[in-house]
Design a protein around this ligand. Structure first.
Ligand code: ATP
Ligand code: MG
Length: 337
């Protein structure tokens, strides 16, 4: 094993986000905010999963623009501090190299059990490509290639992480210690933020209804409007209870932004209507996002800086990724590696 990995090291954290659309507050609360909290304490590798985005065949110009914007979002969250790596997945081709190896150490049956594939296949019935099916194996390569100890994710990715663990254990079982077996890191609150329009489903970037999610770049006016239009119930009492998915979801978002408990929120809004409550949720989101949004605007105006930083991220990620890839290639018996 390379010396750097063998010696005692800080725990490593890895997570990627797809540039399929601007992240929503579900991504932010369930994942990005945890990334920022972990950026200080751990050795982190964060990135833009542009290869994953190809599974839904985006317009090339749109993919390019959104990848750069997603990269700027990661920088605006200050994830690059210390020795952390922030990169774009396709800039570190070792990810694809290891992906092929791992494809051969994943059983068709276990890949077939991924519920997200079933959901996404139904959503994109006109383009159920093999990439959509093998997506979790590329995700396993992303994680294992950087020897990640923790992967901050929302609940929707738990099953994929379990698959990555199984692949790692299988490979290590056959060839000795090659991969760190990663643990999921789920935030205490908000690991499954729901759609504002259909609160039984998760908030999702691929949801075509713009009212269903709040983007982290939405203006204060848009945030207020979407909160006001959120689906609730006819009870008019702010309390966390079964059957009140819309209110539960807004309470989760409010709790995540302010740090209040559900009990506290129930007390604060006793005797008040949903109108006041929704306005307070909107205000909390606006305040939470304000500093990030200002920094994002500043960075986006400096394309040269973004390009330079992406090049640096690519070099660091590829160098790091090749350590594990070279070892795995040797282990499986590829001649001359
Ligand atoms: P897509 O529909 O394109 O898959 P997505 O909304 O699921 O988009 P991803 O880029 O796949 O977003 O996920 C980025 C991170 O956000 C992942 O760690 C994922 O677990 C987390 N995440 C996604 N949706 C939610 C949600 N509704 N609540 C909390 N976390 C979420
Ligand atoms: Mg997703």
């Amino acid at each position: 094993m390379p010396e750097e990995i063998k010696t005692a090291r800080r725990k490593r954290v890895l997570s990627l986000i797809q540039p399929t659309a601007v992240p929503h507050i579900g991504n932010y609360i369930g994942a990005l905010r945890n990334w920022a909290a972990m950026a200080e304490e751990y050795d982190c590798v964060y990135g833009v999963a542009d290869l994953h985005a190809l599974t839904v065949r985006p317009e090339p110009a749109v993919l390019q623009k959104q990848s750069m914007e997603a990269f700027a979002i990661l920088l605006a969250l200050d994830l690059r501090r210390g020795n952390n790596i922030v990169f774009v997945q396709s800039h570190a081709p070792a990810h694809c190299q290891l992906n092929w190896l791992l494809n051969c150490y994943t059983q068709f049956g276990e890949a077939s059990r991924m519920t997200q594939f079933k959901d996404k296949a139904a959503e994109h019935a006109d383009n159920v490509n093999a990439g959509l099916f093998t997506y979790p194996i590329l995700m396993a390569a992303d994680i294992l290639i950087h020897q990640a100890d923790y992967v901050p994710i929302g609940e929707d990715q738990k099953q994929h992480l379990e698959l990555a663990r199984n692949i790692a254990e299988r490979f290590n079982g056959a060839y000795g210690q090659v991969f760190t077996v990663p643990e999921p890191f789920l935030g205490k609150i908000g690991s499954r933020v729901k759609s504002l329009q259909n609160p039984t489903q998760k908030m999702s970037k691929s949801d075509r209804n713009p009212k269903a999610s709040i983007s982290i770049l939405d203006t204060p006016e848009a945030i207020l409007k979407k909160c006001k239009a959120a689906v609730t119930d006819s009870e008019s009492i702010v309390r966390y209870a079964e059957g009140k998915e819309g209110i539960n979801n807004l309470m989760t978002v409010l709790a995540a932004c302010t740090g209040s408990s559900y009990e506290q929120i129930e007390r604060d809004f006793a005797g008040k209507g949903y109108g006041d409550f929704k306005a307070a949720v909107a205000e909390a989101i606006i305040e939470e996002l304000r500093p990030f949004q200002a920094e994002y605007k500043r960075l986006l105006a400096d394309k040269a800086y973004l390009e330079q930083t992406a090049r640096e991220g690519a070099e660091a990620a590829q160098r790091h990724a090749m350590r594990t890839t070279a070892k795995a290639m040797k282990k499986v018996g590829l001649w001359g590696t």
